[in-house]
Design a binder for this molecule. Structure first.
Ligand code: FPP
Length: 233
């Protein structure tokens, strides 16, 4: 264990998925509107992703907007879309400056044109990023991703695990070693369903805006000790 709490040897997860739950409750506890919780949630992203990268993680996938989130009350959906409109660029800038590459997963056609443009700009501007990858899941559904990949594989006339995987948004990314869900619930909520087959799952009651580096480091240390068998003995 290093002095900053991170593991310095052994098994560092190559790819972590994060379900950033609890923003609404974080805001309610402070008598603030739910949108304030989402704003606080955005602020936490750069800190946690940077800490993961500094610990040696290669890729972080963030569940930022699920297909189901689009069915929340209109006011909340609008505030989430507006947050993406205003905060996506500043949020990703620091990570891109560190050399990270930002990519997106999901059906982006859902978003208004100006938001699609922002997403496209970020994805193309840093296409040469050499280092770690931040994969932001926007209007993402794990089931829809599998159906889409199966349909594309079928179109090519060759449905195998390999051809299906080639058509997932995560094609080319490292295996998903670990999923963290904040906010107390213990489920995957349609996140990376195919990729999660052998992921180690970590759940915490901490609400996403309060999830700090030390809890991440504790989880990385626990991951390092877990024995992964991938179905074997
Ligand atoms: C779950 O909390 C969180 C979300 C539905 C959205 C997460 C999104 C962000 C942190 C910001 C995304 C923005 C950018 C720019 C990437 P919840 O609302 O379900 O919380 P609750 O369970 O306490 O109600």
């Amino acid at each position: 264990m290093r002095s900053d709490g991170a593991t310095d040897s052994g098994n560092i997860p190559k790819h972590i998925g994060i379900i950033m739950d609890g923003n609404g409750r974080w805001a309610s506890k402070r008598l603030l509107p739910r949108s304030a919780g989402h704003r606080a949630g955005v602020k936490n992203i750069t800190k946690i992703v940077s800490a993961a990268f500094d610990s040696g993680v290669d890729c972080v996938t963030l569940y930022a907007f699920s297909t189901e989130n689009a069915f929340r009350p209109e006011q909340e959906v609008n505030s989430l879309v507006d947050l993406i409109r205003k905060q996506l660029k500043p949020m990703t800038r620091e990570l891109i400056e560190k050399g990270a590459r930002v990519i997106f997963s999901g059906d982006l056609s859902y978003f208004p044109n100006d938001v699609c443009e922002i997403i496209k700009e970020i994805a193309t501007e840093n296409a040469d990023g050499w280092g770690q990858i931040v994969n932001i899941a926007l209007n993402y559904s794990g089931r829809t991703e599998i159906v889409r990949a199966a349909a594309l594989a079928a179109e090519s006339g060759n449905v195998t695990a390999e051809s299906l995987e080639r058509n997932l948004y995560t094609n080319g990314l490292p295996e998903l070693d670990m999923i963290i869900r904040t906010g107390g619930e213990k489920r995957l909520s349609n996140f990376l369903l195919y990729q999660a087959a052998y992921s180690e799952l970590f759940f915490t009651d901490t609400l996403w805006p309060d999830f700090g580096k030390s809890e991440l480091f504790d989880m990385l240390a626990e991951f390092n000790h877990r024995q992964r068998k991938f179905g074997k003995v």
